[in-house]
Each structure stands twice: as structure tokens, then as C-alpha cells.
Design a protein around this ligand. Structure first.
Ligand SMILES: Nc1ncnc2c1ncn2[C@@H]1O[C@H](COP(=O)(O)OP(=O)(O)OP(=O)(O)O)[C@@H](O)[C@H]1O
Ligand SMILES: [Mg+2]
Ligand SMILES: [Zn+2]
Length: 293
């Protein structure tokens, strides 16, 4: 197997996390699409839309902690800001304000949102893996599946072709893509297979943190169950901390230790998943829980 950490700009000391602090700490993550105006910057909006300037406040002061090896579920209706939150954490878009720190990066002392582009690339390659809601965002459809995984390994400084192929095969096998199909294009794969290729790519450099956005949405139930099993076994085996986004409370119930409920860009409730399911406090959560029964 290939050793990670070539081509890094950080020392060992900098990437070492302290044992007790959360893997990920997010504080007041706010993302506005649009310029904003004095009204929406000062007043509490009733919805996530500014009636004066038309900006969308997709995430408004989102805060949470994620512990080592823990799965945090994020649930909420369509448009509540779930994808915006994980895309912001993965630097696909710039936040308007707020901070996030990662225990395995500069010992949790740096706000990753204000790090340089070069450092953010480092974080994407070594510290975080992402599975997009839309597989077209996460995969190059006209690269082979192994090529997609290899891209991530190369980005982390691996250049030995034989090793890269061996590690890609190993990763694809972990998500049950047969080695005989590793050279096929993901565009020829089913939706569930594409999500599994995304997962193996996200795991390529053993990151301590995975972001999974609607990983089972649109898959039929039997495939969904397999992908959920896979995620659980990855969590058990590798002790990766995960943020699992889904509009489906059933998925969250199966996976998440703790759950955060979003509505109109805001966190309306968070706590232990069991507690939220048994005794939901917010009317929106009550509605979700009752529709699950
Ligand atoms: N690039 C963008 N430009 C402008 N507005 C955007 C952009 N991306 C998202 N939004 C808006 O931000 C809000 C939150 O969208 P987001 O995709 O984060 O929701 P979501 O909770 O992931 O929904 P779904 O469950 O449908 O995936 C929506 O009102 C959306 O229209
Ligand atoms: Mg989404
Ligand atoms: Zn405004």
C-alpha cells in the first residue's frame, strides 16, 4: 500500500489532532447568494429570501461539533441549505462569514475558510473526502473509474503507476466495484455504482473526515440498503467521522449518532438521533418524525 503525505506543505506536528477536541468545529457558517442589503444584513429574515434585494441566505449561523468517528446526520426540506453547507466546508463556494476548524489540521487552530487556496487544496486532498449529491460534480464521467480514484492519489503526491493502480483496485473493491470493471467509464455505471465510485475516491487518502450529500437519494431501496451498509462498515472499520446529509429521516435514523435539523438555512434543532426521534421539539421536526411513522 502507498504511504500518504508526499508533497505536503505541512509538518507531521501540524497535522496531528489533539485527542479530545472534536474533529470538526463549525461556528456561525453563513452563506448568502447575492449582494445583500442593509435590511437582510441586520434584520432576522422570516424565510431564507430577502424581500428587498432578492438575496438568498442559504445558510444562516450554522454551528455544530463533530467528534472523532462520529456520524452527524443533517436533515431538512429541499432548499434548507444542506448542500450549501457541505459545499462550503469543501471550499466549492466561499462562505459569507463564519469559521470551521479541523483537529487534524494545524491542531484545530486555523479557520479553514480563511486559509490560502493552496492550503485548502491540501485539506481537500488529505483531510476531507466529499461525496456529492450529483455524481457529475464528484466524478469525471469520461475518465475510467480507476482513473477517477487515481486522480485523488496523484493530487496527494503519488506517482508510481503500479502502486496507484493497486491502491485504486483495493479502494474500488472495498465498495464492491469488481476489479474487472475498474477501467470502465462511470457514465456506464448505474447511479448506485457511481455513488460507490465517489465513496472510494473520497476515501483514497484516508481522510479523518467525510462529507456525504444525499448519497442514497434516487437509488432503489435494495441498492440504498447496500450503500448504507457500506457507509456503516466504513465508519466501523476506519473510524472516519462523517457528516451525512439527507432529506430522508429514515436514512438518518439508520446512520447518525447525532442529528441536526435545518429549515430555511437555519439549524432549528440538534441532539442525539434517538432523542430527536422520540421527542422532537420543533414543529418541523415533529412533522418529519410523524411522517416517518
Ligand atoms: N449557486 C447558487 N446560486 C444561487 N442560489 C443558490 C445556489 N446554490 C444554492 N442556492 C440556493 O440556496 C438555497 C439552499 O440550497 P441547497 O442546495 O443548499 O438546499 P438543499 O437543502 O441541499 O436542498 P435539496 O434537499 O433539494 O438538495 C436554495 O434556495 C437555493 O436556491
Ligand atoms: Mg442538496
Ligand atoms: Zn437584502
Amino acid at each position: 500500500m502507498i504511504q500518504a503525505s508526499l508533497g505536503s506543505t505541512l509538518t507531521q506536528e501540524q497535522t496531528k489532532g489533539s485527542a479530545s477536541s472534536p474533529v470538526l468545529q463549525v461556528r456561525n457558517l453563513t452563506k448568502r447568494f447575492g449582494d445583500g442589503c442593509t435590511f437582510c444584513e441586520k434584520e432576522e429574515l422570516e424565510e431564507n429570501y430577502c424581500p428587498r434585494c432578492g438575496s438568498v441566505l442559504a445558510c444562516s449561523n450554522v454551528s455544530f461539533d463533530l467528534d472523532k468517528g462520529e456520524i452527524l446526520g443533517v436533515v431538512g426540506e429541499s432548499g434548507s441549505g444542506k448542500s450549501t453547507m457541505v459545499k462550503s466546508l469543501y471550499f466549492d463556494q466561499q462562505v459569507t462569514s463564519g469559521s470551521a476548524t479541523i483537529a487534524n489540521y494545524k491542531q484545530g487552530m486555523a479557520n479553514i475558510f480563511t486559509e490560502s487556496a493552496q492550503q485548502q487544496r491540501y485539506i481537500r486532498n488529505y483531510v476531507m473526502g466529499m461525496v456529492y449529491q450529483n455524481p457529475h460534480l464528484g466524478l469525471k464521467m469520461d475518465y475510467s473509474s480507476s482513473g477517477n480514484v487515481a486522480e485523488k492519489l496523484i493530487a496527494a503526491g503519488h506517482f508510481h503507476v503500479g502502486n496507484i493502480r493497486e491502491r485504486s483496485a483495493e479502494l474500488l473493491e472495498k465498495v464492491e466495484i469488481p476489479v474487472s470493471r475498474m477501467d470502465e467509464l462511470p457514465r456506464r455505471f448505474s447511479g448506485g455504482m457511481q455513488q460507490r465510485v465517489q465513496i472510494s475516491k473520497a476515501l483514497a487518502n484516508n481522510p479523518p473526515l467525510l462529507l456525504l450529500d444525499e448519497v442514497t437519494t434516487g437509488l432503489d431501496l435494495s441498492v440504498q440498503a447496500k450503500v448504507l451498509d457500506l457507509i456503516r462498515s466504513i465508519q466501523r472499520e476506519l473510524q472516519v467521522a462523517m457528516v451525512v446529509v439527507s432529506h430522508d429521516l429514515g436514512v438518518i435514523r439508520m446512520l447518525a449518532d447525532r442529528t441536526m435539523v435545518m429549515k430555511q438555512g437555519k439549524v432549528v434543532e440538534q441532539g442525539l438521533t434517538d432523542q430527536i426521534l422520540e421527542d422532537p421539539q420543533h414543529p418541523y421536526t415533529q412533522l418529519l418524525v410523524h411522517s416517518l411513522l
